[in-house]
Design a protein around this ligand. Structure first.
Ligand code: MN
Ligand code: MN
Length: 293
């Protein structure tokens, strides 16, 4: 039982990096362009618009690691420590930075505020893409998860649809790591659709952009229709558009459901070994935090 929880926790975090590294190759491409070039894109080969080395991850994984590192260093939640970690990451000249993330971090640098005003332009997927370390840090504390998930989100994204998506998909990952299954995920998804019908994902509406509604539809459709870690992630990234980020998010959910042991070894072998080591260390540190004990 303990081992299974660890395997699911590790799967959720490694799943982010694997989905990011696989999807980055086809980020901003359309499905028909991907088909033309790759048939089905299912190998970690790098390239893409960022001209990445095979196995290189992008901002999705890097911001997760920044958040996770701050949680471990502070022994739990410290919003300023998280914002400072995002600043350090931005100053490290990352290979890619989303516009909304950059704007939010720069606002914090200038005025030290942990949140901007609610903004129509903050409806991107950047708050959700980095949620996995917080999931691991709050496995036994529902209230802490909800409060901290929104606080970390608002550093860069203050938008009601980003908020609800971050809460619901983060909660799905928590529930899966704690031993839940696909049925409980359906319950959470149905509750989301009752309150916010615009997230409806069956039949698949067909857009996979960085807009949080498109992202959630793409992730949930392929998460519920897949039957393995690999099938969920491959189907998702082959929708193109914001493929590294949809890949990272579905990688979190599929990793939490199927476990790290279900991630194809050929993908783990390709992943940047420094990132794999850092994720493994962070998983150990995050699971020891008070919110997960
Ligand atoms: Mn990215
Ligand atoms: Mn992206």
């Amino acid at each position: 039982m303990k081992i299974e929880r660890y395997d699911r926790a590790l799967g959720a975090y490694l799943g982010v990096a694997v989905g990011d590294a696989l999807g980055a190759t086809v980020e901003f491409m359309l499905p028909r362009e991907i088909r033309h070039l790759y048939g089905v894109h299912c190998e970690i080969v790098g390239g893409g618009w960022l001209k990445l080395k095979p196995g290189r991850v992008t901002d999705d994984t890097e911001m997760s690691l920044a958040l996770g590192g701050a949680l471990i260093a502070a022994g739990g939640w410290d919003a300023y420590a998280v914002a400072d970690a995002f600043v350090a990451w931005l100053k490290s000249k990352p290979v890619d930075v989303g516009n909304t993330c950059r704007r939010g971090i720069q606002r914090y640098m200038m005025v030290r505020s942990l949140s901007g005003p609610v903004s129509e332009s903050d409806g991107g997927n950047g708050a959700l893409m980095r949620i996995s370390p917080l999931v691991l840090a709050t496995l036994n504390d529902d209230m802490a998860f909800r409060r901290q998930a929104l606080e970390q989100a608002h550093i860069t994204h203050n938008h009601p649809l980003s908020d609800i998506a971050t809460l619901v998909l983060g909660e799905m990952a928590r529930m899966l790591i704690n031993g839940g299954g696909i049925k409980e995920c359906r319950v959470l998804a149905n509750a989301l659709l009752t309150e916010y019908p615009r997230f409806r994902f069956d039949p698949y509406p067909g857009r996979a952009s960085g807009y949080i509604v498109d992202t959630v539809q793409t992730v949930l459709h392929h998460f519920f229709h897949g039957d393995s870690f690999e099938s969920c992630v491959v189907a998702t990234v082959n929708c193109g558009e914001d493929a590294d980020t949809t890949g990272a998010i579905v990688g979190m959910l599929a990793g939490a459901l199927y476990g790290a042991s279900a991630i194809p070894v050929r993908w783990l072998d390709k992943l940047d070994p420094g990132v794999v080591t850092e994720i493994r260390q962070q998983v150990d540190g995050l699971l020891e935090l008070p919110g997960s004990q």
